[in-house]
Design a protein around this ligand. Structure first.
Ligand code: ACM
Length: 659
C-alpha cells in the first residue's frame, strides 16, 4: 500500500470545510492570504510542466544551476548507475557544451548525487524515486537503477527546453527550480506498440523511437513483427521468411486500396531486422529500462509467412504474395468479416507447429524478457471450415466450431512458448473458445476482453480501440489520412483504464498501439504518436487523482516547444477547431466551434476568402448563410496561426449534421 506525500494544494483541498461567515475578519484575512500562498506554490510546481505528472511535487527555495563544474556522484561498483550517468552526460552535452564528470565522491560546489537505498523504501517500489533539488545539490535516490533513470528523466524535463536541442545553446542559464519530488508508477506495464510490418522502420529509427518513449517513462515497446504485409525478423532456420516474406511490391496511396501486384513485378519495398539488429535494439532499450515484447501474429495475419511457405495453410496457394496493401477483406460492421485471400495457418497440420517451434525457439533466444506475443486477432475461419481435412480433424477431436479450433491452436502455441520458458500474451480473441492456462490478454476490442480476462484471473494489458489506438484520426478528418475512427487527445487522456467491473488486481497496465497501415514515414509515425502518447504515459504512471485535463493540455503545449527544440514531429490537432454542425427548427445550418487547446482564437469565413486574424472572430454559434459555398476556419494563439486551415463545403457540412 502506498501513501503519497501530499502537495500543498492537495492538503488544502482536504482541509475540513470552514464557513468564512463564521469566523472573524482578521482570521478570514489570514486564511485568504494562506490560501493564496498555497495556490501560488502549487502554480510554481505545475509550471514545471512535467509529463507524466509526479505523485507529489513540493517546491523549495532558489534553484540549482547545471554548470561545467557539476559532478555526478555515483557510488563505487554500480555499473548500471555509471551507465545512467553517461546517458545524462550524453543528453546534456550538445546544448550545454559541458562534459559532466562522474566520480565516487566530490567536494564540488555543484553535485548530482545518485543513490540506491541500502534499505528499500517500500513506497517507491522498483521504479519509483525521490528527487530533491536545492541550490547546491540534486539528489536522486531509488531502490533500483530504473528509479534513478526515471529521476534523471524528471530532472531533464525540469531543465530549460533548450536542453533538448542538438546544438550548443550558449545563452541559456541551465537552471533547475528547487523541488522535492516523490514519484512512482501507477502500473508496471506502460507500453507502446509499433507495427513494423505494414510499413518498415529502420533499426536506427526504432532506436530513436525508443529513446523518446523512455523520456516519458514508458517501459515496454511491443514490436508487431509479422503480418500480411511483411515478416520483419530473421529466423535463421526459415530463411524464406525474410528473403521472400520481408518484401512486397512498392505502392503509394491509401493502404487497403492499393493495386494488386502485376505479373512479374519485383517486390522491392520492405526490410527486416537481423538477429544481430534485434540484439542491438534489445540492449539499447534495456539501457533505457524498456523491455521489447516481440509479436509473431498467428494464426491469422500470416500472408507474409504463407508467401514464403505456402504449404502451411489449408489452401496451400503457391501464388500467395506478400500483400502490398490491397483490399482483400469485407467487414460487415458487426465485428464479422471475410478474407478473400487465405492468410491463416492450418491449425490441424503438425508441420505448422514444427514451423512455430522453430520460430519461437529463435525468438525466445533473442528477446530476453518474460512475454512473447502470439497475436491471435482477426483470424478468418472460413477456409478452415470449408476444408474437408479440417472438418475431419474437428470431428475426430470433438471440436465444435472455428472458435474452438482457434482455441486448440492457441493452446498448442502456449505450450510451445512455455517450453521456451516464456509467458504468452495475445489479443483478446484468445479468450474465444477457452483461454490457454496462464496466458495474458491485451484488450483491444474495447474493454470487454480485459474485464472478462481479469475475472478469469488472467493478467491484462488495456489497449482498447479507439482510445489507445494511435493510428486513429486525432483531429479534423478532412485534413488527415483516412482511418476508420477518431481518438482525440481528450478521448485518450480521459479514458478510464480501470472500467467498472474489472478486477484491477489483474491489470498490469496499458498500451498505445501504433498500427502503420496509413503511416509510411518516420515523421508521420511521430505525428501520430505524439501528443497522445503523453496522455497514455500520464495515465499509466501518475496517480489517477493527479490527472487533470486543463492542466495537462498546458503541459502538452510546453512539451511541443521541447519537441520543436529537438526536431521531433507531433500533431498540432489540439489547435484545430472542432466543428459541430446542427440544423435549427427552420432547417438552417448552425455551426459551433471549439478547440482542445485553451486560449485560442478561432477565425472563420463563409464567403470563400481565406481567414486570418482580420476575419470574423468566433464568439458563438454561426448561422451559416443561405447560399454560402463553404466554411473556412483557422485558430490562432497569441496572434500566431497554430491550427491548420480547414475548408468544408456546404455538402460536407450537411453530412456532419448532428441531430
Ligand atoms: C488488432 O487491432 N487487430 C489487434
Amino acid at each position: 500500500m502506498k501513501f503519497p506525500v501530499k502537495t500543498p494544494i492537495q492538503n488544502y483541498n482536504q482541509m475540513p470545510a470552514i464557513s468564512l461567515n463564521s469566523i472573524s475578519s482578521w482570521t478570514k484575512f489570514l486564511f485568504l492570504i494562506g490560501a493564496t500562498f498555497l495556490f501560488c506554490v502549487e502554480g510554481t510546481a505545475q509550471d514545471n510542466s512535467l509529463i507524466p505528472i509526479p505523485v507529489s511535487v513540493n517546491p523549495g527555495n532558489g534553484s540549482f544551476v547545471l554548470s561545467a563544474q557539476t559532478t555526478i556522484v555515483v557510488p563505487s561498483k554500480q555499473p548500471e548507475l555509471q551507465k545512467i550517468a553517461a546517458y545524462l552526460t550524453e543528453k546534456v552535452s550538445p546544448p550545454t557544451g559541458f562534459t559532466l564528470k562522474t566520480s565516487e565522491s566530490s567536494n564540488s560546489e555543484s553535485v548530482i548525487d545518485f543513490l540506491l537505498n541500502s534499505k528499500p523504501d517500500p513506497q517507491l517500489g522498483t521504479e519509483g524515486y525521490t528527487l530533491v533539488i536545492n541550490p547546491v545539490k540534486v539528489s536522486i535516490s531509488a531502490n533500483s537503477p530504473s528509479g534513478i533513470f526515471y529521476g534523471v528523466q524528471t530532472l531533464l524535463q525540469l531543465l530549460p527546453k533548450e536542453i533538448e536541442s542538438k546544438n550548443l545553446q550558449s545563452e541559456v542559464k541551465w537552471e533547475v527550480p528547487a523541488n522535492s519530488i516523490l514519484d512512482y508508477p501507477r502500473f508496471p506495464w506502460r507500453g507502446i506498440m509499433l507495427d513494423v510490418s505494414r510499413h518498415f522502420f529502420s533499426k536506427d529509427y526504432v532506436m530513436e523511437y525508443i529513446d523518446q518513449l523512455a523520456r516519458y517513462k514508458f517501459n515496454r515497446l511491443h514490436l508487431h513483427l509479422t503480418d500480411d504485409n511483411g515478416w520483419r525478423v530473421e529466423i535463421k532456420s526459415l530463411p524464406k521468411l525474410t528473403s521472400v516474406g520481408a518484401w512486397r511490391v512498392p505502392r503509394t496511396g491509401t493502404f487497403g486500396s492499393n493495386a494488386v501486384p502485376k505479373p512479374g513485378e519485383k517486390p522491392s519495398y520492405g526490410g527486416f531486422y537481423t538477429q544481430d539488429d534485434i540484439k542491438e535494439l534489445v540492449r539499447f532499450a534495456k539501457d533505457r529500462f524498456i523491455e521489447i515484447v516481440p509479436e509473431i501474429d498467428v494464426p491469422g495475419h500470416s500472408m507474409a509467412a504463407l508467401a514464403s511457405y505456402p504449404e502451411l495453410s489449408v489452401t496451400k496457394d503457391t501464388t500467395t504474395k506478400v500483400n502490398p496493401g490491397t483490399n482483400f477483406s469485407t467487414w460487415f460492421g458487426n465485428g464479422k468479416f471475410e478474407m478473400h485471400i487465405d492468410n491463416t495457418l492450418n491449425p490441424t497440420d503438425e508441420k505448422v507447429y514444427q514451423f512455430l517451434d522453430k520460430v519461437f525457439t529463435e525468438i525466445a533466444a533473442i528477446f530476453p524478457y518474460e512475454y512473447i506475443h502470439m497475436g491471435g486477432d482477426e483470424c478468418y475461419k472460413g477456409y478452415w471450415e470449408r476444408d474437408p481435412g479440417v472438418q475431419a480433424f474437428m470431428k475426430k477431436n470433438k471440436i465444435k466450431n472455428g472458435e474452438e479450433l482457434q482455441s486448440y491452436f492457441v493452446k498448442r502455441v502456449a505450450k510451445i512458448i512455455s517450453a521456451k520458458k516464456k509467458k504468452m500474451i495475445g489479443w483478446d480473441e484468445i479468450l474465444e473458445g477457452g483461454i490457454a492456462p496462464g496466458a495474458a490478454v491485451m484488450s483491444w476490442r474495447g474493454t470487454k476482453g480485459g474485464i472478462e480476462a481479469s475475472h478469469l484471473k488472467h493478467p491484462v494489458v488495456m489497449s482498447p480501440a479507439p482510445q489507445y489506438y494511435l493510428d486513429m484520426v486525432q483531429g479534423e478528418r478532412s485534413i488527415e489520412p483516412p482511418v476508420y475512427s477518431t481518438a482525440r487527445l481528450k478521448d485518450t487522456y480521459l479514458f478510464n483504464v480501470l472500467p467498472e467491473g474489472i478486477d484491477s488486481a489483474f491489470v498490469m497496465g496499458g498500451q498505445g498501439n501504433l498500427w502503420t497501415e496509413q503511416i509510411p514515414t518516420e515523421a508521420h509515425a511521430e505525428y501520430m504518436t505524439y501528443p497522445r502518447a503523453f496522455a497514455i504515459a500520464e495515465t499509466m504512471w501518475s496517480p489517477n487523482g493527479r490527472r487533470q485535463w486543463d492542466n495537462f493540455v498546458m503541459r502538452v503545449e510546453d512539451h511541443f516547444q521541447r519537441f520543436d527544440e529537438r526536431g521531433i514531429n507531433y500533431s498540432p490537432s489540439i489547435y484545430d477547431p472542432i466543428i459541430e454542425v446542427k440544423k435549427d427548427d427552420n432547417g438552417k445550418l448552425t455551426i459551433e466551434l471549439t478547440s482542445e487547446a485553451q486560449d485560442v482564437d478561432i477565425f472563420y469565413t463563409v464567403d470563400n476568402t481565406i481567414p486570418n486574424q482580420y476575419a470574423p472572430k468566433y464568439n458563438g454559434a454561426i448561422n451559416f448563410p443561405e447560399g454560402a459555398d463553404m466554411l473556412r476556419v483557422i485558430t490562432y494563439q497569441n496572434n500566431k496561426p497554430l491550427g491548420r486551415l480547414i475548408s468544408l463545403e456546404t455538402v460536407d457540412l450537411e453530412k456532419r449534421i448532428v441531430k
